[in-house]
Design a protein around this ligand. Structure first.
Ligand code: UDP
Length: 326
């Protein structure tokens, strides 16, 4: 296949580029480097089946041209990271809503398959565990900026499904549950690279709240395998899929595990949410997927557990002897 990957220089997009090229496909990356980095795709630049354009998904003539050259579009370009969303709500809403609007309009003109990356964040404050694709979404109020991310992504889902229903545009929606692995940056607040960086520098490991909140982390390699398989499965079209891993851990237990696995002398400190983000910040106490739909369709099963993820992330972030940790 000829794949266009928006956000292809990001953490997930660059791993998807690697996987598609390894499977013999062609890849073109469109990325504005807002949160992505050339370093993530530098090793692909010389590859004969790889190309890239540094620009925004809001550049509609460019998107039209790139979509035309592709048979499938993986739309991963988005504002990500809870901290970024709280600090820059305007950019979050505009990027996530307008970028997807442009992409879907152009994909629709050529009827190209779109695989749209959404997020487990859309389940919001739901307590109906595990989260099923058909379940109600429970959003917080509009004055709490965190919910702008969930709402913007939910709107993307609505628009994609509307194109599918009304215009027969082939779309597949995936809700990703805390994707982790090498190349993820801690710069936008993601917990695993943040904790590993703190542990390696012997800085305090900053647990938000009481640390009893539960997350289930999904290895990026499992996510990418699922994306590639779904794109080749016609029965996936018009559907929403959770991609995750049912193994849960509390954030405090995660901090302890990172400390032990790095052999760090760091203290583990608890930071109130209002200090970490903003006053009135609401976190999800628990977030765990039901993955039976994707398991039934493509035989998806997570293959890499948290210990292996942490081993890889620690190895990728540990500096050579004597050098400082980024
Ligand atoms: N978190 C934390 N310390 C940090 C960064 C994050 O305790 O330095 C917590 C965060 O409050 C949340 C969990 O770790 O409860 C996962 O955060 P992340 O931003 O990675 O993903 P989220 O699940 O919020 O989308």
């Amino acid at each position: 296949m000829h794949a266009l990957i928006t956000g292809g220089a990001g953490f997930i997009g660059s791993h998807l580029s690697d996987a598609l090229l390894a499977a013999g496909h062609h890849v073109h990356v469109l990325d504005d480097l807002s949160t992505g980095a050339m370093a993530n795709i530098a090793h692909l630049k010389a590859h004969a089946r790889f190309g890239y354009t540094i620009d925004s998904v809001a550049n509609e003539p460019l998107v039209a041209e790139l979509v035309d050259g592709a048979d499938v579009v993986f739309h991963l370009a988005a504002a990500v990271g809870v901290r970024k969303i709280v600090e820059e709500p305007v950019a979050t809403i505009e990027t996530n809503v307008h970028g997807t609007e442009v992409l879907l309009r152009q994909a629709n003109k050529k009827k190209r398959l779109v695989v749209l990356a959404s997020t487990s964040e859309v389940y919001g404050k739901s307590t109906d565990f595990p989260f099923r694709e058909e379940a109600d979404l429970v959003m917080g109020p509009t004055h709490k900026h965190r919910w702008a991310y969930a709402c913007s992504k939910a709107l993307d889902e609505f628009l994609a499904l509307a194109y599918y229903k009304e215009r027969r545009l082939p779309v597949i929606i995936v809700r990703l549950f805390n994707t982790v692995g090498p190349r993820q940056t801690g710069q936008y607040g993601m917990v695993i690279p943040t904790f590993v960086g703190q542990a390696l520098r012997a800085d305090a490991i900053t647990v938000h709240g009481d640390g009893q909140q539960l997350r289930s982390f999904t290895y990026v390699g499992d996510v990418v395998r699922a994306l590639v398989a779904l794109a080749q499965e016609p029965r996936a079209i018009g559907q929403v899929f959770n991609i995750g891993n049912g193994e849960e851990i509390s954030i405090l237990a995660l901090a302890e595990k990172v400390k032990a696995m790095t052999g760090s002398t760091s203290d583990i400190v608890k930071i109130p949410y209002e200090e970490a983000y903003e006053s009135g910040f609401e976190d999800m106490a628990r977030r765990v997927p039901d993955i039976s739909r994707i398991a039934a369709l493509i035989g998806y099963a997570p293959s890499v557990g948290l210990d292996q993820v942490l081993t890889e992330v620690i190895a990728s972030m540990r500096p050579p002897a004597g050098a400082p940790v980024d």
